[in-house]
Design a protein around this ligand. Sequence first.
Ligand code: CA
Ligand code: CA
Length: 256
Amino acid sequence: MSNASMWTGRVCLAWTAAVLFSISTSSAMAAVSFTDNFTGSLNPALQIPNDPSGHPTYVMDNGTIHRVGNNDTRYYVSTVASDFNDCDFVATLTYNTTTSLGNDWSRFLFFGIGSAERATYYTEPATSLYFYVNLSSSISVNVDYRAGAGSTVGARQLTGFGTAPLGTSGVFQIEKSGDDITFSWDRDGDGTFDVSQTITDFSTKFPQLDDTNSRLFFGTGWSINTFSSFDVRVPEPATMSLLALSGLALVHRRRR
Ligand SMILES: [Ca+2]
Ligand SMILES: [Ca+2]
């Protein structure tokens, strides 16, 4: 290796280090990969809202997380990062249902991308695109979109997911790839998704979702339905830039 190419290599290394440093320092609130199995303390990528008296609305219990209390309104556990509209991701949520329904609040689960705030309409998810899971006589699933906090009924986007018996556990997945977003359901929790549906042109169809309100969230009204794991995968920006820079360095070297 000549002195010139060694020098070039050192410059590339210094540049790579500078880029990586700037990524790691500027992404404190940006979307990151994490898994929470709800044992120990809550993953710092997630947050639990408090009720009006200042008490947490969810509690972890024996490897699950569930709503506190049995006679209250819906709240949503959400990511701290709010820019999931801007990146690719795969988010999976494992849930457990019961056959003993409580009051009306227990009949629904929600999982989606959006503000994680509560709309004026029965505290359903505000400003978001989400699985709307009805647990009244069986588990039935649709995907709705609510454009704002004051919108009364979320506009139905996807139907035809089918049903599963109450009392079973399963997995919901939301995958965003470019401008496509795919909703999948593993109805029987056997590790294979039974149905998947894709919405194209995500950014055009859901203009209210931006990088200040695009959290991943899930929630329900009563404590009898629980969630046992939440996994979020996003491409690693540092790895991607390192690969890109290695490619550049290689091209640079070949030209000499
Ligand atoms: Ca768990
Ligand atoms: Ca399955």
